[in-house]
Ligand binder design. Sequence first.
Ligand SMILES: Cc1ncc(COP(=O)(O)O)c(C=O)c1O
Length: 475
Amino acid sequence: MSTNPKSCEILKHNSKYIPGGVVSVNRKVEPEIVFVRADGAYMWDADGKRYIDYHAAFGPYFLGHNHPRVVEAVAKILHDGTSLPGTGTTVLEGQLAELLCENIEAIESVILLNTGSEATSQAIRLARAVTGHDHIIVTQGGYNGWYDDVARQVMTPLEEIGPRLSPGEYRFIPMGSGIPTSHQQTTHIINFNDLDSVRYVCERYRVAALITEPILQNIGIVKPQPGYLRGLRELADRYGFVLIFDEVKTGFRHAFGGYSKLSQVKPHLVTYGKAIANGYPLAVLGGERELMDYFVHPDKSRRPLLAGTYNAHPVPVSAAIATLELLLENDGEIYRQVDSLGANMQEGIESILQSLEVRGIVARQGSAFSVYFMDHAPQDWHDLAENHDFEADGKWRRALIDRGVYIFPEATKQCSISATHTEADIAFTLERMQETLQIITSDGASRLRISRSATRNIEKHPSQLNESSVSNTNL
Ligand SMILES: Cc1ncc(COP(=O)(O)O)c(C=O)c1O
């Protein structure tokens, strides 16, 4: 008999009217749980079971679900007569734009959109308008949205991706059908942390932009190697392409402005979404004024189209303003608080891995972490595909969900701590992690087990990388 009958019933009902019963293919996972309520660090399913949430809806809830300050700001807008005029500018959009430009060094001017996909597609369109070139470079294992230019497979199985190509490029394997081959021909897919392959593509094509997450956070936490991001900027300046940091996931979760602030590498353009409005649909494209001004270029034929009925809708804009004001309080105290929870989580998991003699590593940036069942920190998707134990990862996640810890049930996916998680939540989670890992490795022949000495030698990750203090070894 099912342990979650109400979830099953709701899914069955919805499947009559929605293909597959779920409105985003990424959300169609096993176990099929229907959540009906969330507060802070917790979510409740339709059958009344409570979970500590580490999924955070793919990242936005950095402050926790339904944060009172954000809810209050939204409620005010709903009741004070503010609406979406849909003509001219608004006071609120000016307030948000000022808050961003005055506090983030990498951006001088912004546009406000609704989703991360809109922001990255506008960034690519702008780069094409500025350079007059069509080709773009993206990274294998990165995700930049669901539209035709960038919707390549993220987690391509080893059998499909084939041997490592460097310098070189992988073929475009679409994430779904319906993507014209013409789009696939102008998108070049290379490994993360691979400057040689950037040069390889630039020597062969007229490249408008390279777009990458500064940390690959759609396959866990895959960090840039020292010098990589700076090397990208240097190659962008040398070859004349626009460097776009896709900070839809990293932005505001790791620092006010994102990883470009921590790494001190300035892209030409940057995109934000998710944590910027703590769960409300808002995204931003920002960057150098000279580039952003193409949206109002005096020569109409050089202007990229910028439009959107719901751009800068007052509800998400007010949510973003409330979120950002909170993030700025006490010189960013919230980041220090959440980082300390992350550090405790990392330490706890590492000690469990060691005591159980499990071959594993914790990769973490502040509040975001991933456990990889391999013996080193992955440098790119190919490395992960070759070395990570996906089966054990999947099993572990499902065992944790059974015990009230909601970690997204797909191997390698990032876990996100929020400002409302407590030390007690972390302690509860670590107990469940110990229990479940013990069960998974109880078979003496488990592939996960390693010798004690090997566990000690597993490389540790710095929680913060300052690119300016490291040599440019990759150039
Ligand atoms: C790095 C990155 N860029 C872009 C997107 C697309 O954002 P959205 O789903 O809001 O369109 C995502 C979504 O997961 C993302 O993680």
